[in-house]
Design a protein around this ligand. Sequence first.
Ligand SMILES: Cc1ncc(COP(=O)(O)O)c(C=O)c1O
Length: 393
Amino acid sequence: MALASGLAADRTTASHALARYRSEFPIFRDRIYLNTCSLGALGERTRRKVAEFLDLWQSRGASAWYDVWWDALGELRGRYGRIVGALPSEIALAPSISVALSAVAESLDYMKRPRVIVTSLDFPTVAYQWLAKRARGVEVVVVESPDQVSVPVEAIARAVDERTALVATSHVYFTSGAIQDIAAVAAAAHAHGALCLIDAYQSVGQLPVDVKASDVDFLTAGGLKWLLGGTGIVFLYVRERLAQRLAPTVAGWFGHRDQFAFDPRVLAFHDDARRFELGTPALAAIYAQLGGLEYIEEIGVPAIRSVTAALTEDLIARAQGLGVRPKVAARAEQRSAIVMVPAPDPQAAVRHLADGGIIADARPGHVRLSPFFYNLQDDHGTALERLATHLRH
Ligand SMILES: Cc1ncc(COP(=O)(O)O)c(C=O)c1O
């Protein structure tokens, strides 16, 4: 298949164990897709699952709630839980990371512990939940990154004290792909009686995550990127004992233990993580995520990690071979499948790539490339050749 650039999209000189899945992602028929860290590519199984939802909606209307859609919510909580080593009862569904974070932010007591620690590399929506509460006395402490790649966990530990309610940071930094040691972050928070929340949107699906082994209190991730479920569906893990004790000050009928009692005088929360849920979920998004998870579960995250780690190292080596120094973590085991290639005008570079059928993303000062198991090393060669011609002009 020829791309607009005249380059071939389907050369397979350097294949790998998961390359057989590529044909299930039609975007590769006429594009090279290197932007999973913005939005995972749409797979045929995901499309089929959404079509299943539409068929049910068309043929059964609301009657599908009781025997099919209700169960789909429970099924998704269970499958999300398995991906991160949590119980189904420790998982709440939400429409975005921001909503999941705000449910947590509304469940903490800031009287004795007004501080929330974030880092300068976290996706800003993390800090915004607590910046919005400054008028209520909440104090946001931003731990700086010395190199714009990662944040030393010792610096996070130094920021935590007896006045800290929460440490909220990322597993993988969206702006460098560097992997944070979340068990060490949790230990630093717990050493002073604080809680720990991890934004794992850029890790779950591409890296193994175990909420129990890392001992985090909250963790949020979802469909958009590495779980191949598209927009509008995320999950919030809440450690079992915490979920029983915290009472969010934001609520909706899906968090109510007896939701069909329709009694406006009584709010009795579920005694598990569902108390963090609010209103009716977007069923098309739920179905898309169930479809995307078919790939992740069938392959298994360790196998995905092994292929994407090799692809990441190939991409970095090829960029270096062209005289470019990508912004990535120093050691391979700290890197995930997000590679930042410096570019003076990243927007123009991304447009130039798109004109050649290559989908990447721009971030300040960089073009962001993110391979996944459906990419091939040839994609890197094609993308970097075209990027290099642009950078030389
Ligand atoms: C690490 C991370 N967290 C959060 C978000 C945004 O979350 P949402 O739009 O679901 O609130 C993004 C970007 O999409 C991200 O990369």
